[in-house]
Write a protein that binds this ligand. Structure first.
Ligand code: ADP
Ligand code: MN
Length: 517
């Protein structure tokens, strides 16, 4: 698989990359390249999962692959399905190119032209076909919402006179049972019972239902095991396919390597290609690809950010975990866009595909800009950075109506002589039930960092909080200050409950003072 995967495009990945000597901040002993691309892409477990999936879907094919044709020990047949899909994509593209040539030939210079559009195999970027391939747009209209159940009439029978049928009628009941099988878990193959007018007795139906439920539970358990055992660095086959498609479609030139593996995401570097869906959009020469992990355990403790975010409130309860992860990606995209519009230095969104967010790369020649915590700034730059952050926090609050909620020297990059904000998937609006607490924590991180860094002008966390929010909390110690913050949050919640809108102190008429050098 690796020979055709995105990994193939990464000749430079691995230890000791060339950029180390070029790094303008001196040779970093703590390199940000935390693993090789191959590590991430050839995840043993992902393969096992794939194999398992294929075993279920095509038992005989896999059996054949294990036959006498394979001689070498290390020939990897585990990703045949994906390989086939990739080859198919390649084939479809060639087919389309041929179609386009024929179309041109037939039309020539003629004023009237015919289009072969409908015969095309690949429509740019939407050739997703597998079962849960729903784009982020779909999360607005949850396609999995259950239909309104059809009820049996109260009186328990339909019709008149001798045509009367009761709900106990054997034939009707049998057909109904067959139809009800459709409600079993989607992976449970029920066949075309309706098409062949199958009539299931209650007894058989109930036995099947029992079986379907226990299968569902078993598969959920298996699934959970997989989620937990998938190692930190995993990029599952579906994600690999998604990345491959991005390269294949020409949107990305190459994916060169992995910049960071965190608990919740893996970030790759890529060179931008030149094919876009939107003709006016230019893909940045270098991109960062943030893959939100589909391993769910890490996301569980992040519930509080999104669950109480009213923007996602209606959706949260209905969604499955996979969709919730897509929602993180979606949230990061929306938040970055707001910041971009306010002119805050941050990555520019290129595209979002499911749980994969492509944005512009902060850094140069594959070298990511260093985090503020890793860079040694002159005292002059340090002071400059401090005022810039103060301003950005105010802009974020006032113009973007956002609180970063994970702001620290870890999520600020130093590039081009200024600070860039990243990692905003958890950012919330100030009126979020815990928004002000998050802001206070951000303020504490920022003011501690700069006070330790020797910036004499740095406000303390309480002053910074007031400067950013425009609120005027007077408590002179942390405990009281925090208590007041929580009281404000509660007041706002109650207000929202009673009046359906937020308190006026959160609206923008009470602008906070602008701080400047
Ligand atoms: P996490 O949730 O894993 O902390 P981040 O968004 O902070 O995710 O990304 C992890 C790391 O990847 C960052 O610390 C940074 O070094 C790098 N990174 C992320 N986005 C970019 C980008 N657009 N340009 C350059 N480096 C990036
Ligand atoms: Mn981060």
């Amino acid at each position: 698989m690796d020979s055709v995967g995105v990994a193939a495009a990464a000749p430079d990945a691995g230890p000791g990359p060339a950029w180390q000597s070029k790094c303008p901040w001196g040779a970093p002993s703590t390199t940000s390249i935390s693993c090789s691309l191959a590590d991430v892409m050839s995840e043993q477990l992902a393969k096992e999962l794939q194999l398992e999936e294929e075993n279920a879907a095509f038992p005989e094919v896999v059996a054949a692959a294990e036959g006498p044709f394979i001689t070498g020990e290390n020939i990897d047949t585990s990703s045949d399905l994906m390989l086939a899909q990739m080859l198919q994509m390649e084939f479809d593209r060639e087919y389309d190119a041929q179609l386009r040539r024929e179309e041109r030939k037939i039309n020539g210079d003629s004023k009237v032209s015919i289009s072969f559009e409908n015969y095309r195999k690949v429509h740019p970027y939407d050739s997703d076909s597998s079962e849960d391939e729903v784009d982020w747009q779909d999360t607005r209209h949850d396609p999995y919402r259950a239909d309104k159940p059809t009820t049996t009439p109260r009186r328990g029978f339909i019709g008149k006179g001798k045509d009367i049928t009761t709900k106990h009628d054997e034939v009707v009941c049998g057909r109904k049972n067959t139809a009800r099988m459709e409600n079993f878990a989607p992976e449970f193959q029920v066949g075309d019972g309706i098409g062949m007018d199958l009539k299931l007795s209650n007894q058989v139906f109930n036995a099947l239902k029992q079986h379907a439920y226990s299968e569902e539970r078993r598969s959920a358990r298996l699934h959970e095991k997989k989620e937990h055992s998938t190692a930190e660095k995993a990029v599952d086959p579906k994600t690999r396919l998604l990345l491959y498609k991005m390269v294949n479609s020409g949107m990305l030139e190459t994916i060169t390597g992995c910049i960071s593996t965190g608990k919740e995401s893996v970030v790759f570097h890529a060179y931008g290609g030149n094919a876009t869906e939107d003709k006016d959009k230019v893909i940045p020469p270098e991109c960062a690809i943030k893959v939100f992990k589909t391993t769910l355990n890490e996301f569980k403790n992040r519930d509080k950010y999104i669950k109480d975010d009213y923007r996602f409130k209606d959706r949260f309860s209905k969604l499955n975990p996979r969709k919730i992860i897509r929602m993180w990606a979606e949230k990061e995209m929306h938040n970055l866009t707001r910041m971009q519009n306010a002119g805050i230095p941050c990555p520019q969104v290129v595209i979002l595909k499911k749980h994969v967010l492509v944005m512009s790369f902060i850094g140069q020649d594959q070298v990511p800009a260093p985090k503020l915590k890793d860079v040694t700034l002159s005292s002059e730059d340090m002071k400059k950075a401090y005022y810039q952050i103060l301003n950005m926090m105010q802009q974020l609050y006032r113009e973007c109506n956002l609180v970063h909620a994970d702001l620290s020297e870890y999520n600020m990059l130093w590039h081009d002589g200024k600070v860039w904000l990243i990692d905003v998937s958890q950012s919330v609006e100030p009126t979020h039930p815990h928004g002000l607490e998050f802001l206070f924590r951000d303020c504490r991180n920022v003011s501690q960092f700069f006070q330790k860094g020797g910036v004499a002008e740095a406000l303390n966390e309480r002053e910074l909080f007031n400067a950013v929010s425009g609120l005027n909390i007077t408590a002179d110690n942390e405990v009281d200050f925090q208590a007041e913050i929580e009281a404000l949050e509660k007041m706002n919640e109650d207000h929202v409950q009673n009046h359906g809108k937020k308190l006026s102190m959160f609206s923008s008429d009470g602008d906070p003072p602008i701080y400047d050098e």
